[in-house]
Design a protein around this ligand. Structure first.
Ligand SMILES: Cc1cc2nc3c(=O)[nH]c(=O)nc-3n(C[C@H](O)[C@H](O)[C@H](O)COP(=O)(O)O)c2cc1C
Length: 313
């Protein structure tokens, strides 16, 4: 037992030391914060009905973060900083029709940044997708399949067939897991009132939650794991299962959006009680599912260059 406690303390110390929980101006921390902020704006621009003038304070914060990044001496020639600047530009373009003093002052503040946007082509903002084109890409080549998957936040009002969901879950069951222990579980929320209640506990579905037809909750049962060395295994196995499920839903031609369950104890308890989720299961994430509309806008969500993420040893 004391070994497990020692190892949790080890995890805790490393998390405190390296995560963004303690703010400082390290490049990677600033870049992650900038990415998270610009993603919110990009996502806002992709909403079924984006609200003119939305997110002003977030834009202000984003600009300040980029300025802090530059003042700290870091290069803006990275995928994420360039994308964040393009998103600012797209935000101001979108709000051009209103003469809002606050937005105009933000645009002024961002002028020098926007001038420093040096990339060709679209790395930030949204892209319009046609349902037929997307469906054509889900049935063949894996590379085309993977590149055509987006988080979908816009759904038609046609309800999702339960058998198709069950079939998707079966496909996801082919996911590898430690010693084939298969700890993953899925809760399917189909009752409309329950869908609404479930989404009310989650903080990332504003502006599109009302269009989600069904919610899946992926969990991983701790009964499958043993000892201190497996204390984090449920998140690996459950995370991999979740990705397979997202791909399976894409294969079925459905729209899906992973919805974070990064919450504290109180919220976690509330959701467990509302849905009867077992205490032994760690909740990985929710997945909002619906049928695709004929065309939809999605955030570009620019990926880093491969050089930014690999180390060859
Ligand atoms: C674990 C997890 C939690 C997420 N939570 C949310 C969320 O709460 N709301 C949301 O709109 N998107 C959420 N997303 C979707 C991400 O924003 C999205 O995957 C990312 O921007 C990349 O875009 P793409 O999925 O379109 O490729 C989540 C994704 C993951 C993997």
């Amino acid at each position: 037992m004391h070994k497990i406690i020692r190892n949790y303390i080890y995890d805790f110390k490393r998390y405190l030391k390296h995560s963004s929980s303690v703010a400082d101006s390290k490049r990677l921390k600033l870049e992650a914060q900038i990415t998270a902020k610009y993603h919110v704006i990009e996502k806002g621009l992709s909403m079924p009905e984006p609200r003119v003038g939305f997110g002003k304070d977030k834009v202000n914060l984003l600009i300040s973060l980029i300025e802090r990044y530059i003042d700290s001496g870091y290069s803006i020639e990275t995928t994420q900083i360039q994308a964040s600047i393009q998103v600012l530009q797209k935000y101001f373009d979108f709000n051009q029709s209103i003469k809002d003093d606050y937005i105009l002052s933000l645009e002024n503040k961002a002028q020098s940044l926007i001038k420093a946007n040096i990339v060709d082509g679209q790395v930030g903002g949204t892209v319009l997708i046609n349902k037929e084109d997307l469906l054509a890409k889900t049935q063949g080549d894996f590379k085309e399949f993977a590149y055509s998957r987006y988080s979908v936040r816009n759904f038609s009002d046609e309800s999702v067939n339960l058998d198709i969901l069950l079939d998707s879950i079966k496909i996801a069951q082919k996911t590898p897991s430690v010693c084939n222990r298969q700890s993953s579980r899925v809760y399917i929320i189909k009752d409309k009132e329950k869908v609404k209640e479930t989404l009310s506990f989650q903080n990332g579905n504003r502006g599109f939650g009302h269009l989600i037809d069904k919610v899946l909750i992926v969990t991983s049962d701790l009964n499958a794991f043993k000892g201190l060395i497996e204390r984090n295994q449920s998140f690996v196995d459950g995370g991999m299962f979740s990705m397979s499920l997202l791909y399976a839903l894409h294969y079925q031609g459905l729209g899906a959006c992973a919805l974070n369950w990064s919450v504290g104890k109180e919220k976690d308890d509330k959701l467990r009680k509302a849905l009867g989720i077992k205490d032994s299961e760690n909740i990985m994430m929710m997945i909002g599912v619906g049928n695709l509309p004929d065309s939809l806008r999605v955030p570009i969500s620019k990926r880093k260059d491969i050089d930014e993420i690999i180390t060859i040893i």
